[in-house]
Design a protein around this ligand. Structure first.
Ligand code: ZN
Ligand code: ZN
Ligand code: ZN
Length: 371
């Protein structure tokens, strides 16, 4: 079996059909995006022309594609599945085509979470009696529990972003702007094997206290901590995401004090991960460490998010999420402390294993002092 078949196995559409039936839906309709790729391996373009995988609870699944896209669909892993490809021509109504092939008068259909609203509305018109629900609720159980091949893809993504972090000390210099460093990091993400760059955060000084800082023209100064949070998508479709902290020269003493607390909090949250533990317990484990040290008010976000074909997906590691972790789940553990003049975050992608946890990111958590 080649890598693609392992990542996108033939039986997956059948598993989705079982989930559709179990959820008491008549069908799911998956337009280009992570759900379609998960189902078939087809990384289709989002176009105004409809591409849609229909998976009825009873009956055969089929993939409707614009005639112009048929060669791409056939060449993709979807072409090797037991899946009828239905090409439509420029003057056809592809929504009517889908409706005509579905079992008569469906009562409830799932539409892909990322389906464009214009398409959902066209389906509403083509399937007048059908209540529309989010297909993500049907696919989430499958997508959250990664297969061995998916876990390998995440390990590969983790190793690639680790190689980028190892290059960051050579790119960060006092006097350079965040944007200049960010451009080099962007190139490094591609050079180290990603197919696309998803985000590059280079947060220096006060910008490091903004968890979602945009690259700016701020000049990085000696003695300023810098938060570098980067991620991309691998050719496999699977994503990387890792945060490390750097400083050109020596950081302020108060930074050292909370950075050590953060390291401990991140370690404690990771150690809490194992099957049966709730995401909120993983969140609380590290949050308690930060709160006990007096920095609780500066940890302003959840501990983490799931990752796979999307860089943010379920499960979310947050207070209130009591759905126990299971073997095969993959998510970030990324506590942060953001007092204002500077900030820090440490982020690894971890896998919940049969009896504990494995981190796909292996670079040291220490503050990296440059120069
Ligand atoms: Zn984020
Ligand atoms: Zn991140
Ligand atoms: Zn993240």
């Amino acid at each position: 079996m080649d890598v693609t078949t392992e990542l996108y196995p033939r039986e997956r559409v059948g598993l989705i059909r079982d989930a559709v039936a179990a959820a008491d839906l008549d069908a799911v309709l998956l337009t280009p995006g992570p759900d379609l790729r998960y189902a078939t391996g087809y990384d289709a373009h989002q176009l105004e022309r409809l591409t849609c995988l229909a998976v009825p609870a009873a009956g055969e699944p089929f993939l409707v594609v614009p005639r112009l896209e048929l060669p791409a669909a056939q060449a993709s892993p979807a072409g090797a599945l037991d899946l009828e490809l239905v090409a439509w021509d420029e003057t056809d109504d592809p929504y009517a085509l889908v409706a005509a092939r579905l079992p008569a008068r469906p009562a409830r259909v799932g539409v892909a979470d990322r389906m464009w609203a214009v398409m959902a509305l066209r389906f509403r018109a083509a399937l007048p009696g059908a209540e529309q629900v989010a297909a993500g609720a049907v696919l989430r159980t499958l997508r959250m529990r990664k297969s061995p091949a998916e876990l390998d893809a995440l390990r590969e993504a983790g190793a690639a972003i680790d190689r980028v972090h190892r290059r960051v000390p050579g790119l960060l210099k006092a006097g350079r702007t965040e944007r200049e460093v960010g451009r080099d990091v962007h190139d490094a993400i591609l050079e180290e094997g990603h197919a696309a760059v998803d985000f590059v955060i280079v947060g220096s000084g006060p910008n490091g206290a903004n968890p979602h800082a945009e690259l700016s023209d701020r000049v990085i100064a000696e003695g300023e901590p810098v938060v570098v949070d980067i991620g991309g998508t691998m050719p496999s479709g699977y994503c990387s995401d890792s945060t490390r902290n750097y400083c050109v020269g020596e950081p302020p003493a108060e930074y050292r004090a909370y950075f050590d607390v953060l390291r401990e909090a991140q370690r404690v949250s990771c150690e809490a991960v194992r099957p049966g533990v709730t995401p909120e317990a993983v969140d609380a484990a590290g949050r308690d460490v930060i709160a006990a040290a007096g920095y609780g008010e500066y940890f302003v976000h959840r501990t983490g998010h799931g990752i796979g074909l999307e860089s943010h997906e379920e499960p979310y590691i947050v207070a209130g999420n009591t759905e126990p972790l299971e073997e095969g789940m993959a998510f970030s553990v990324e506590p942060g402390i953001y007092p204002g003049a500077h900030g820090a975050r440490i982020e690894d992608i971890v896998l919940c294993t049969a009896d504990g946890v494995e981190s796909v990111n292996r670079t040291p958590h220490d503050l990296v002092i440059i120069g």
